[in-house]
Write a protein that binds this ligand. Structure first.
Ligand code: CMP
Length: 144
């Protein structure tokens, strides 16, 4: 049975945008067969970052995560493909960049767990919530 078509949210984080790594990261995403259907650059406000990461509110790194995510612009994209959530997570690599496999985005572009280069949704419900958080309905395009 073919894998289901899915959508996932990708964020190219402030560290990678500041290092002009947006292009190389998008090249890897497209090279992996994931298709952007919506994309834009934005600078999250503190309130937006706190809302986006609300599930991590109680974690010790929450305030530093929000500070980092509001430190500069990010590039958000909705990616479409079969099994897109798992495939994008595989492309990003392990949570700890030092343990991420050769060729993964975190191995290539993340300095550490905070200067993390990329974010990807972790499950289909989160993907739906995260995509609607940053894109209005109908903002995406049809891809063949
Ligand atoms: P992201 O995938 O965007 O979602 C949660 C973020 O929390 C994650 O990226 C990390 O950058 C951050 N994070 C997770 N664990 C830690 C940690 N121990 N210290 C600092 N940041 C963390």
């Amino acid at each position: 049975m073919p894998a289901a078509m899915e959508r996932t949210l990708s964020i190219i984080k402030p560290d990678a945008v500041a290092k002009s790594m947006t292009g190389p990261i998008i090249e890897k995403i497209e090279g992996a067969g994931l298709k952007p259907i919506a994309m834009r650059m934005l600078h999250l406000t503190q309130a937006q970052a706190e809302a986006f990461y609300a599930v991590h509110r109680e974690r010790p790194f929450f305030s530093s995560l929000v500070k980092f995510m509001t430190s500069g612009p990010v590039v958000v994209s909705a990616l479409e493909g079969e099994d897109a959530i798992r495939r994008y997570r595989d492309l990003m690599g392990a949570t700890n960049p030092e343990e991420a496999a050769e060729g993964t985005l975190r191995r290539l572009f993340a300095a550490n767990i905070e200067q993390y280069a990329v974010h990807g949704s972790d499950a289909s419900e989160t993907a739906r919530q995260e995509i609607s958080f940053v894109f209005r309905e109908l903002e995406g395009v049809e891809r063949s």
